[in-house]
Write a protein that binds this ligand. Structure first.
Ligand SMILES: CC(C)(COP(=O)(O)OP(=O)(O)OC[C@H]1O[C@@H](n2cnc3c(N)ncnc32)[C@H](O)[C@@H]1OP(=O)(O)O)[C@@H](O)C(=O)NCCC(=O)NCCSC(=O)C[C@H](O)C(=O)O
Ligand SMILES: [Mg+2]
Length: 291
C-alpha cells in the first residue's frame, strides 16, 4: 500500500492508551496523527485495560481530520495477538507495530490483520539493529501488503546499539538517511523518532529541523507542547511557497513550453524542480483544507 505523497503527517502524537485524559485532549490538539500506545507506554498490568480503552476511543471518534492509529504490542509478546485482533475489528486508519526485523515479520502481521477493513494500513517502527540491515527488503513489502509508513524508534535503537542519544544524534545519522532513502524508493511514508526532552522546546525544534533536512514527512511526538512547533517546521514556509509558485508560473509561460531546464530567479530550474514545487503546493493545500 504505497503512501499518498501530499497527505500531511507533520505531527504524530503518541499517548498511553491507558491515559483517558490524554485521549480526550487529543481530540482538540492540532496534530495530524494520534497514536494510542499499547506497547512501551503501558505497564504490563494495564495492557488489557489500555487495549479496551483504545478500541473504545476509536469507536467513539471525534478526531476529525486526524489519522487514528493504535500501536500494538509485538506479535510474539503475550499481548500481541489479542491486540491485533482487537485493532482489526476497529475503524482505525492504521495499526503501528514495534520491533520489526525483516520481511518475514511483515508477512506475519499481514496475516494477523486479514479480517481488518481493507483500507487499514500497517505502519511499522524501525528500531532494531536487524531492521537497519534489511531496510530495502522491508520497504519492498509495501508493494504487496498493507505496509505504508515507518516511524523511527530512536530510543530502542539507542538501547540495542548501546549508543548515546545525544542532541545531535550523531550515532543515528547514517540510519536516518538510509531509512528515508529506502522508504522513498518504495513509496513508504516516514516519520522521525521522538525527542524525549519535552520541556526543552528549543532542543525539540533543532531536532525537528534536522529531521526535515533529512527528508522525513514529519516527526513522532510525546507531548502536546511539541505539536505546534513541529507543525511549523514541517509545513511549507512562505518562502518555499513563493519559490514553488514562481517555478510553476515560469514553466507555464508559452516561451518555456517543451523546455526541460529554464532560468528562474537566476537559478537553473528543471522539470524535477517543477515536480517538487507542485508537491509543496499540494501539501500546503491539504494542510489549509484540514485547518
Ligand atoms: C512524557 C509524559 C509522561 C509527561 O507527562 P506529564 O508530566 O504528566 O505532562 P504534563 O503535566 O506536562 O501534561 C500536561 C497536560 O497534557 C496532557 N498530556 C501529556 N502528554 C500527553 C500526550 N502525549 N497526549 C495528549 N495529552 C497529553 C496531560 O494529560 C495534561 O493534561 P491536563 O491535565 O488536562 O492539563 C507524557 O507526556 C506522556 O505520557 N507522553 C507520551 C508517552 C508515550 O506515549 N510514550 C510511548 C511512545 S514513544 C516511544 O515509544 C518511542 C519509540 O518506540 C522509540 O523506541 O524511540
Ligand atoms: Mg520503541
Amino acid at each position: 500500500m504505497t503512501a499518498p505523497t501530499d497527505r500531511p503527517r507533520r505531527s504524530a502524537l503518541y499517548m498511553p492508551a491507558s491515559n483517558a485524559k490524554a485521549i480526550a485532549k487529543a481530540r482538540s490538539l492540532p496534530c495530524d496523527v494520534v497514536i494510542f500506545d499499547l506497547e512501551d507506554a503501558v505497564a504490563p498490568e494495564f495492557k488489557a485495560e489500555a487495549r479496551a480503552a483504545a478500541v473504545a476511543a476509536v469507536e467513539e471518534g471525534g478526531f476529525g481530520h486526524r489519522e487514528v492509529v493504535i500501536r500494538a504490542n509485538g506479535i510474539d509478546t503475550e499481548w500481541g495477538m489479542d491486540d491485533l485482533a482487537a485493532i482489526a475489528s476497529t475503524g482505525a486508519d492504521a495499526v503501528l507495530v514495534p520491533k520489526v526485523d525483516s520481511p518475514a515479520d511483515i508477512a506475519r502481521y499481514e496475516d494477523a490483520l486479514k479480517s481488518a477493513h481493507k483500507d487499514m494500513q500497517l505502519w511499522t517502527m524501525i528500531e532494531t539493529c536487524a531492521s537497519v540491515g534489511n531496510l530495502d527488503a522491508i520497504a519492498q513489502c509495501a508493494h504487496n501488503s498493507r505496509l505504508s509508513l515507518w516511524i523511527m524508534g530512536t530510543n530502542d535503537l539507542a538501547k540495542e546499539m548501546r549508543a548515546q542519544l545525544t542532541p545531535c544524534r550523531t550515532p543515528f545519522l547514517p540510519f536516518l538517511s538510509m531509512a528515508v532513502a529506502a522508504a522513498r524508493a518504495h513509496g513508504v511514508a516516514i516519520l522521525d523518532g521522538v525527542c524525549n526532552e519535552f520541556r526543552d522546546l528549543e532542543a525539540f525544534e533543532a531536532e525537528a529541523r534536522q529531521g526535515l533536512m533529512f527528508g522525513f514527512d514529519g516527526k513522532s511526538l510525546i507531548h502536546p507542547a511539541q505539536v505546534e512547533p513541529c507543525n511549523t517546521v514541517f509545513s511549507p514556509s512562505e518562502a518555499d511557497l513563493a519559490w514553488a509558485h514562481s517555478v510553476i508560473d515560469a514553466f507555464a509561460q508559452p516561451e518555456n513550453a517543451g523546455k526541460g531546464a529554464i532560468r528562474v530567479d537566476g537559478k537553473m530550474t528543471e522539470l524535477l524542480h517543477l515536480e517538487q514545487a507542485q508537491r509543496l503546493v499540494a501539501v500546503a493545500g491539504r494542510i489549509a483544507a484540514a485547518a
